[in-house]
Design a protein around this ligand. Structure first.
Ligand code: PLP
Length: 364
């Protein structure tokens, strides 16, 4: 605490991102980054953009918005771009929720929602996930609060289907419903097709995961013109140029190279499906993730122990010390080689654990 801090600075509990270690090379399966590089076209586009850095970028990011709009068959006024989807979510909380218009979301989900609700003093209600970590949509259908749902949810990877999302949208005509589709390209059903039918829908996506651009910081939203205008008003009150020239050009190139995108996302989906049975054979419960990560829990080895042992062996995963999920590990899908290494190390750790258990039983 510092005496110079405002009340807000004292009150908030900032988000804690996954480790980005600098001490040694890890097999990094902890922050849901893409194991493949971005499309080669991205590098060419960024190189070209370098020559004009003395000029401010386009504050509205019009060319990128046009490319996104045309990819999704929308009008440019239905698209908003931002410095990563985290920034976009912050803008959306400011633009659409307020102390007497609260927001609801699952008890287990992306923890930034909690941070933004607290930062902007928005009343929030957490709806418990079902026992099996699926979402019961009934509590979201009251028209009494704004809604934010990650689909697929994080860190479970479990999805809602389009029928369920449509029901939530139809039963909330007076509230904004944000569907955070950070992981949608790995197997879920995107809801942007509802935009012309439901003016209360905001779909948020990112280029960080499926387009391998976590380092460039580009997110975007799709929604009715009135919602996009609301986001623009907030953006223009915080930062006129959230996306720099390199990010704008790199993002355009990534979206235009659809063949590369389709190939790499399919590779990740294939790897994910390929390793599920091996994990189950080893004694893991594996949730039915449609994202670029798996959420797993072992029947004999605590997730905290496995996390530490894997880290010592050079593999980083994510362990959340939170109620209901402290015995789960979130494992990002890496390359096939990385996942082979992860599986083999995990097998060794489990074997070692069994041996030490056998020894203890023997001693008794
Ligand atoms: C559910 C969800 N939404 C949004 C984000 C933010 O992504 P970015 O700010 O990189 O676009 C993440 C990142 O991990 C996420 O898991």
């Amino acid at each position: 605490m510092s005496r110079f801090w405002s009340d807000t600075t004292r009150r908030i509990s900032p988000y804690i991102p996954g480790e980005q270690p600098q001490d040694k090379e890890y097999i990094k399966l902890n922050t849901n980054e893409n194991p493949y590089p971005p499309s080669p076209r991205v590098f060419d586009a960024i190189n070209r953009a370098l020559s004009n850095l003395r000029r401010y970028p386009d504050p509205e990011g019009m060319r990128l918005r046009e490319v996104i709009a045309s990819y999704h068959n929308l009008e440019v006024q239905q698209v908003f771009v931002s410095n990563g989807s985290d920034e976009l979510l912050a803008f959306a909380f400011m633009a659409f929720f307020m102390p007497d218009r609260p927001v609801i979301y699952p008890d287990i989900t992306y923890t930034f929602y909690e941070v933004y609700a607290s930062l902007f003093k928005i009343r929030n209600t957490l709806i418990p996930l079902n026992e099996d970590f699926s979402i019961d949509i009934k509590p979201y259908c009251t028209n009494g609060a704004g809604v934010i749902i990650a689909n697929p949810n994080a860190p479970t990877g479990i999805t809602l289907n389009l029928k369920e999302i449509e029901t939530i949208l139809a039963s909330n005509p007076d509230n904004v419903v944000i569907i955070d589709e950070a992981y949608i390209d790995f197997g879920g059903e995107t809801s942007y097709g509802f935009i012309n039918k439901f003016p209360n829908l905001l779909v948020v996506q990112t280029l960080s995961k499926s387009r391998s651009l976590a380092g460039l910081r580009v997110g975007f939203a799709m929604g009715s013109q009135e919602l996009i205008e609301g986001l623009c008003r907030i953006k223009n009150s915080v930062n006129s140029y959230p996306l720099d020239r390199l990010a704008l050009e790199g993002a355009i190139a990534a979206i235009e190279d659809d063949q590369y995108f389709q190939e790499t996302r399919q590779r990740i989906i294939n790897t994910r499906e390929h390793i599920k049975p091996s994990l189950r054979e080893m004694g893991f419960e594996v949730l039915d993730s449609k994202a670029n990560f798996l959420f797993i829990s072992h029947n004999a080895l605590h997730a905290g122990t496995l996390f530490r042992e894997l880290k010592d062996a050079g593999v980083l995963t994510r362990h959340f010390q939170r109620p209901r999920i402290e015995n789960f590990l979130r494992v990002t899908i890496g390359t096939e080689d990385e996942m082979r290494a992860f599986l083999s190390l995990t097998k060794d750790i489990i074997k070692k654990q069994h041996k030490s258990l056998d020894k203890k039983i023997h001693l008794i």
